[in-house]
Design a protein around this ligand. Structure first.
Ligand SMILES: [Ca+2]
Length: 478
């Protein structure tokens, strides 16, 4: 979008002349429901966890983690159980993920952590869209590995480092304290849009003792896909996150990581509860949309991996997403969603015009029951080394740099334990899924090749003596 177009958009939006450009001249059903329910625009509280698996909310089927406040959110709202980050061209998956959220642009169409050439002028930032829609905007989150202009567009833009919340042990508490101060101190004439994104449960996985004490590693089951070592070179075997545990990943080490992760999430949940309590005390709860999601998923022993640099279902790009509040019925949706669908979804649910430059899709129709889905497949990408696509049942993951392919029947094998790609009876299905993968690449503008001239051997063994973690390297330098 040119600057003239952008100015024009904001002016027209402010004047109310841009009446729901995606949906004709009437307000969308979600907004009509909200208007009916509340008589005014809802507040928006968007909470973005940093590195959180989709199976780390108790109410979504994990009996080993304590998340009472997120459970309450699930209990009254809608959970999207197939939500993915579209892709990342960097091991710091946070960066492209957050850039997509803050711009509504695909990872294949922006330069900041994306795959494409610069086109900074073409995005309308989420904060600007919400401001134009009449919102007071407040951001509190980590500064690194995100998209600075997207954060600085919020009227109040605070970084966790400025309030002592980069210290992971107290990050949840201090971030919640600052949100509470904002809620108590603000004028009430505009609805608020809060974007809360502290660096939790991201490693180092530490929480106050009262939360760490709640989990006994010995009682936490290993992931169904636990392996000591990933069976082949996926192109990213010694990236930062993979060095957080030595090879082979022992059962005891994985249980410890899971316990620490769960403790950090329970601590975050506790402080989310404090914010919800304040909304209730101030009478704003009934008119506040609360959205909970994470910027990326995480492997914690699954397939022998520790990080978010892979495309397994329980791995890098599959994230939790729960939306609750006025106009949102209780339910679960298995519609394929991208994390950056949240931007147009929130716009539509709040009667805020969706800028035409936004490339993701609103889930409001799914929420209000008017649609079952917004896309037929989930396509995901990681750097040049991994590509995947899944439909309702089948999934293919392609590793072009080592000429390796995996085919999974997710209906029978949800944890991706049984690779069918080399079994002759699945040759036709494999061919079909690889064609779909190529078609999805073309659709999204992804130019990475699925085959390369001289692929490397797929075999991989851990480096002798391991690889030092970033923290160990820093320690040794001192
Ligand atoms: Ca992250």
């Amino acid at each position: 979008m040119t600057s003239l177009n952008r100015r024009d958009f904001l002016r027209r939006a402010a004047l109310g002349a841009l009446a729901f450009p995606r949906l004709g001249k009437t307000a969308p059903a979600g907004f009509q429901a909200l208007e009916k329910a509340s008589g005014k625009k809802p507040n928006v509280l968007f909470i973005l966890a940093d590195d959180m698996r989709p199976d780390c909310i108790g109410a979504l089927g994990n009996p080993h983690i304590q998340t009472p406040h997120l459970d309450e959110l699930v209990g009254r709202g809608m959970a999207f159980t197939r939500t993915y980050v579209q892709g990342a061209n960097s091991g710091a998956v946070c960066t492209p993920s957050r850039t997509m959220l803050l711009t509504g642009r695909s990872v294949f169409h922006f330069s900041n952590g994306g795959f494409a050439k610069p086109d900074k002028g073409s995005a309308v930032l989420w904060a600007d869209a919400m401001k134009a829609g009449g919102y007071e905007t407040f951001h509190l989150g980590k500064k690194g590995n995100s998209f600075l202009p997207g954060m600085q567009a919020f009227e109040t833009c605070l970084f966790t480092g400025e309030i002592g919340a980069d210290d992971h042990e107290v990050s949840s508490q201090k971030s919640a304290d600052r949100v509470l101060a904002f809620l108590r101190g603000r004028k009430q004439d505009k609805p608020f849009f809060i974007y809360l994104a502290p660096p939790v449960p991201h490693d180092p996985r530490v929480a106050p003792k009262e939360f760490m004490d709640r989990y006994d590693p010995a009682k936490i089951p290993l992931p169904p896909s636990y392996l000591p070592v990933h069976p082949f070179d996926n192109g990213e075997m010694t990236v930062r996150d993979e060095c957080l545990a030595p090879w082979p990943r022992t059962e005891a080490v994985i249980r410890r990581h899971l316990a620490d992760d769960y403790a950090c999430i329970t601590c975050f949940d506790h402080h989310i509860g404090r914010i919800v309590e304040q909304l209730k005390a101030s009478g704003q709860f009934a008119n506040t949309l609360i959205i909970f999601a994470a910027d990326n998923g995480l492997s914690l022993g699954d397939h022998g991996l520790m990080g978010k640099q892979n495309l397994y279902e329980f791995g890098g790009l599959h994230v939790p997403l729960v939306i609750a509040g006025p106009g949102v019925p209780h339910g679960t949706s298995s519609a394929f969603a991208y994390l950056f669908d949240i931007y147009p979804t929130v716009c539509e649910l709040t009667g805020t015009p969706v800028p035409p430059e936004v490339e993701s899709k609103s889930l409001a129709g799914v929420i209000t029951g008017k649609a079952q889905k917004v896309r037929d497949y989930a396509f995901t990408a990681y750097r040049q080394c991994q590509r995947a696509v899944r439909d309702e049942r089948w999934k293919v993951i392609r590793y072009p740099l080592v000429n390796k392919t995996q085919l999974f029947d997710l209906e029978k094998d949800p944890h991706e334990l049984n690779n069918l790609a080399e079994q002759p009876e699945y040759a036709a299905k494999l061919k079909e899924m690889l064609a779909l993968l190529a078609a999805q690449q073309h659709f999204y503008g992804d130019e990475a090749p699925l085959t390369v001239p001289n692929p490397q051997p797929a075999q991989w063994t851990p480096p002798p003596g391991g690889v030092k973690s970033p923290r160990q390297k820093r320690k040794n330098k001192k």
